[in-house]
Ligand binder design. Sequence first.
Ligand code: GRF
Length: 189
Amino acid sequence: MKRIVLFASGSGSNVENIINYFQDSNEVNVKCVLSNNKEAKVFDRCNRLKVSALYFNRTSFYQSDCVLEILKSFNPDLIVLAGFLWKIPENLIQNFPNKIVNIHPALLPKYGGKGMYGMHVHKSVKDNNETETGITIHYVNENYDEGAIIAQEKVTLEATDTPETIANKVHQLEYKHFPKVIHKIVMEQ
Ligand code: GRF
């Protein structure tokens, strides 16, 4: 059985989608969800879905090996950032080489980097009159949104699209493709 740990900072709709996808799997088990935001709606989702979830603060993440030791205890085959807003610290990158993946709601390298998350991304895509957008699933390194790209999926945009309708189109892509890509990668570990 392959073991996955998820990280999220906000709503957690991708976390819920991934948990549901692997619900009855005999190959993959979602061990735990970790979040840096004690107000995150992802905790409500985990309570409803009866999945373990833990909150950690900056000290645990950046000034100690607390989160690292917790991750080691799960011995994950894959660590998945599903809407997680903090940069990953060196100790995690070094201890889990090529085992941390992220999903970004745009076609990297465009619309990536510090501050480019959520509606900021979709507003920028709209402001630039892009005719398409999409998602990028990539390995995580020490910089925001810069690791090797694993997969990208695109969706066309109309002039009538708003940042909100763009966000919805992107979320549909995420729900359709992210679990499948995770499944493929984790089985290769
Ligand atoms: C998603 O759009 C994802 O691409 C980005 O953060 C968002 C998380 O949304 N990294 P949710 O919390 O899964 O609803």
